[in-house]
Design a protein around this ligand. Structure first.
Ligand code: TMP
Length: 217
C-alpha cells in the first residue's frame, strides 16, 4: 500500500515570513524528488481563488458570519479537490494557512462563537487534519509593520490588513493558546530568527519525525 503523504500547515500573522519558509521547504523537497503540492488559503482551486478575491478585496463591509462561511467554502473545496486526493496518493501537502486561521481570525479576533467556528471548521476539513503545524510567532506590532511595508500604491493593503493593532494582538494570543492546547501538532518558532535558521529548524523537525519520507535517498 502506498504511504500517505505528509500534511504540513504554516500559520502566523501577516508579515511573519510564512511564504518565504514555504518557498524554502518546497525547493528542498523538489531537489529531493519528494512529491508534494502547495496551496494557500483562501484559494488553491478555481472557485477558491474567486472566493479569495471577494474576501481580500470586497469593497463592502463583510459581516463576520459571511467571512466565516466564505473561508470555509474555499477550504471545503480545497480539501476535497486537492488535499485528500494528494495525501491518499502519497503526495505531501504544504499549506499556507488552514483551519487554525479561521479559529483565530474569525473565532477569537472577530469574536464569533467558538462552537459555531469549530462546527464549520469540522465540516469544511472533513477529518483532514495537518500532521504538523508550524506557527511563526512574532510580536503583533512588528508583524503588522512588516506586512504593511511590502505594499505599494499599486498593491495596497487588503481588507484584513486594515484592521487595528489590537486585532493582531488577539490573533497572536489565540494562536499561542491553540499551540499550547495541541503541543503534538504545533511547533512554535520565533519568526524573528533569520530565514536560514528557521528553514533549517523546519527541515530538521520534519526529518526527525519522518526520517524515511524526508531524508535524501
Ligand atoms: P494572506 O494570504 O496574505 O495570509 O491573507 C489571508 C488573509 O485572510 C489574512 O489576513 C488572514 C485571513 N484569514 C482569515 O481571516 N481566516 C482564514 O480562515 C484564513 C485562511 C485567512
Amino acid at each position: 500500500m502506498r504511504q500517505r503523504g505528509i500534511f504540513i500547515s504554516f500559520e502566523g500573522s501577516e508579515g511573519c515570513g510564512k511564504s518565504t519558509q514555504i518557498g524554502r521547504l518546497a525547493e528542498t523537497l523538489k531537489a529531493r524528488n519528494i512529491p508534494f503540492v502547495t496551496a494557500r488559503e483562501p484559494g488553491g482551486t478555481d472557485i477558491g481563488e474567486n472566493i479569495r478575491q471577494l474576501l481580500k478585496h470586497a469593497d463592502v463591509a463583510l459581516c463576520p458570519h459571511t467571512e466565516l462561511f466564505l473561508f470555509a467554502a474555499s477550504r471545503a473545496q480545497l480539501v476535497r479537490e486537492v488535499f485528500k486526493p494528494a495525501l491518499l496518493n502519497g503526495i505531501s501537502v504544504i499549506t499556507d494557512r488552514y483551519f487554525d486561521s479561521t479559529a483565530v481570525y474569525q473565532g477569537s479576533a472577530r469574536s464569533l462563537p467558538s462552537e459555531l467556528v469549530e462546527c464549520v471548521n469540522r465540516h469544511a476539513v472533513d477529518h483532514c487534519i495537518p500532521d504538523i503545524t508550524f506557527l511563526l510567532d512574532m510580536d503583533a506590532a512588528l508583524a503588522l509593520k512588516r506586512a504593511t511595508e511590502r505594499h505599494t500604491e499599486d498593491e495596497p493593503e487588503d481588507r484584513l490588513e486594515q484592521e487595528p493593532a489590537d486585532f493582531y494582538e488577539r490573533v497572536r494570543e489565540a494562536y499561542l493558546q491553540r499551540a499550547q492546547h495541541e503541543p503534538g501538532r504545533f511547533v512554535v518558532l520565533d519568526a524573528k530568527r533569520s530565514v536560514d535558521a528557521l528553514s533549517q529548524t523546519i527541515l530538521k523537525t520534519l526529518e526527525t519525525r519522518w526520517p524515511f519520507q524526508l531524508r535524501t535517498p
